[in-house]
Design a protein around this ligand. Sequence first.
Ligand code: DC
Length: 252
Amino acid sequence: MGGEARAVVGAGISSRGEWGMVLTGVVAMDGPSGTGKSTVSRRLARELSAAYLDTGAMYRAATLACLRAGLTAESGPEQLAGIAIAADLESVTDPAAPRILLAGTDVESEIRDQPVTQAVSAVSAVPEVREALVARQRALIEKALAEGRGIVVEGRDIGSVVAPDAGLKVYLTASEEVRAARRARQDLKAGRRADGAAVLADVQRRDRLDSTRKTSPLHAAPDALVLDTDELSVDAVHAELLRLVGERGLVG
Ligand code: DC
């Protein structure tokens, strides 16, 4: 990926969590889109003064680089890999203001737009792209740990591939309808158009592509705790996560 993994930890993270507890290890949060992963991962990281890594944003930014280079989801894997692997990405792991930079520019908003959402499954299915991004993700995890901080990492393959030794692995699920409704609400809030039926179709399409690809398909690691969030509020999931990190001895 051009160079080594870079992370910027923004100012403003207090040295101690609200309750004086800090995360001391790695929490892996996996699951399909719309399960509330980002919301609860960021909140947990903030409360426990940990870093937060959104690996989906890395696949999205690599996809944006491909689109900017004139490629499409139908371009061959070699072409996609060539651009995605060379992309200059920088992840800002501050949970209060997580961002991703492409060639030095904040692309946090652009990577959530429809063209990237349409193409990201194709790019993230290319084994060489995954290999390169997994290496960067591991480097960012090591960096946080070397700085004496814990890290909450969210994605699809964190517990199974990126950080198989994570102290806590959680797999969030929810029904397709609930996930599509959450995605539509998020889109509206961010000022993007959201047609309910189209969002549901997109959730189903990405689930199918992400769980049937050959390399690291979406699935819960055998030792992951599965949490169905259909009936659970964000507060309830957060409380359960706090209980679990305490139970695992991951807070100091
Ligand atoms: O979480 P998200 O919707 O922003 O993820 C965007 C896409 O990236 C998703 O369709 C699957 C892919 N992805 C992946 O393959 N592996 C990850 N660890 C994270 C995301």
